[in-house]
Design a protein around this ligand. Sequence first.
Ligand SMILES: Cc1cc2nc3c(=O)[nH]c(=O)nc-3n(C[C@H](O)[C@H](O)[C@H](O)COP(=O)(O)O)c2cc1C
Ligand code: SF4
Length: 610
Amino acid sequence: MSRTREEVVTAICQAYDRDRSRLLDIARDVREQLGCVDSQAVDRISEELSIPRVEVEGLVSFYSFLHSEPQGQVRIRLCNDVPDMMKGTARIATELEEELGIQVGETTPDGKFSLEYASCIGLSDQAPAALVNDLMVPRLGPGTARRGVQILKERGELKELNRILIRDYGDGNNAHDLVRSACSNNIRRAGEVILAEMERGAALEKALAMSPVEVIREIKTSRLRGRGGAGFPTGMKWEFTRAAEGDRRYLICNADEGEPGTFKDRVILTERADLLFEGMTVGGYAIGAEEGLVYLRAEYAYLRDFLEHILAERRGLGLLGASVCGKAGFDFDIRIQMGAGAYICGEETALISSCEGLRGDPKNRPPFPAQEGYLGQPTSVNNVETLCCVARVLEKGSGWFSAIGSPGSTGTKLLSISGDCMRPGVYEVPFGIRLREVFEMCDAEDPMAAQVGGPSGKMVGEADFDRTICFDDLATGGSLMVFGRDRDVLEIASQFLQFFIHESCGYCTPCRVGNVLLKERLDRILAGFGEPADLDYLRQLGDSIKMASRCGLGQTSPNPVLSTLENFRAAYEERLSDRVEGERSGFDIQSALSPAQELTGRKSIHFEES
Ligand SMILES: Cc1cc2nc3c(=O)[nH]c(=O)nc-3n(C[C@H](O)[C@H](O)[C@H](O)COP(=O)(O)O)c2cc1C
Ligand code: SF4
């Protein structure tokens, strides 16, 4: 006998022991089994978990992978980040709209398909790309999207789509039975830290022969700095976490990888998951944690079964679980926490909220996560690549590690390179490499600009091509987009701003409103209605947003405008209209009134046609 919708929700809540902190998982499962988290489901969840209804509703409305209305059975999310747009997303969108008979943002009347844009799905080197339910569909050439929809209409077999469409799985573990993905790793250059071969347990064995304090000292001596963007010294973060008062401690691996143009963590998770789990276990030992969480972005759900399989293998080998490697008193295990689609959840305090089953709202600091993090306990949040470096430092020694790279930025860095170059993909390079060398490596012919560090980073031009990639010069969490001479830097800055407007959590006014104003003024210049005073306005407003925003998203969101203003001022100046300064030339009252005139069928008496 089939169960009612309410019974399904109750069973899901029971499976999570009605634990309020697992609300995100509960909502994800409800969406998966019932198609959406509708009003009835919200009521039932709030009853089962004894929490106010508004908390459930607030969570569902926050995440893009959750929804209260049914979506198409096949949900097509077409990636519209800048590298994808450069490679023809608009053409693919038109193809899909024609084939499906709907516009982007709509669902077909039979409820089978919905079509929407997604910010960045982690495939900028294989653009244009789409996410179809949980399936990654890379390299959409002319006609492929249309054919994909036709296949789905005829056979309805989503699992087989890539096999029919692309005919082959990707390289390495992309072809593993538990992955079966058409994504490629595109590893163009493997270095000695992350992408070198590893031996399971080698790092852990060395770590467990030391005391936790000695492990932290080894990491400090290596001068390892976090790869998630801010470059905070990992050893110091662990020292704070270990020293903080708490009943339990947690280590969270940040695998949210939402910065547009970044995809290196996807490749690590596919090819070096063992190295990551080894690093997490070393971290757990060092800070005194019993539990580690991997916060995996929803777009990478296709890797989940594979990652669970590796975790199970490690448990089988005694590398996880009770008395890890036979070390009495050291129990440690790892759980995968799925995200649900929100860029802001990459920010560590928002990520912790999300792991706690809350909306991904950033929190005020202090207290820092090391003092009061997940479930109020001392928590270390570390990036995927950072934790891989940790394992390598233990395996090969801090001296070996710190001899690579530059004095202030030791080790290697994985770059995710996309845009106008012949060889986009993942490159493991020593810190200190010059940007010009990077262009040579990826075959970027005569580049005009590079966006270093994703939209929240900087756009640099020719004058900066001899600068180096490292924390003290051009810092990047991994994203590096190359732009050729025919690209419009203002158009790119405008698209980046749109991304931040879309992803702002809305809590503070400078970020929520300021970025909209910034984009309006930039777009006016783009449309040819700008005037010289607008450049000062952009700079002042950008500076204010940076200064007054609560978290890293708002504090970096004006960077696309500020860095293009600094490095490509001529591109702005040549767009400015030569009207007299002070004349509000961008506002055309007649065209602003025309929709109202059309609706009412009346013309304004103030603007008679001449
Ligand atoms: C808006 C925003 C998004 C972020 N996204 C990520 C991310 O996807 N992955 C990541 O490791 N760090 C991200 N960070 C940085 C984290 O807050 C945090 O500093 C990092 O995970 C710490 O790891 P690390 O010390 O290894 O660098 C983001 C920060 C901000 C402000
Ligand atoms: S800066 Fe933006 S994303 Fe951060 S808390 Fe404020 S509104 Fe939210």
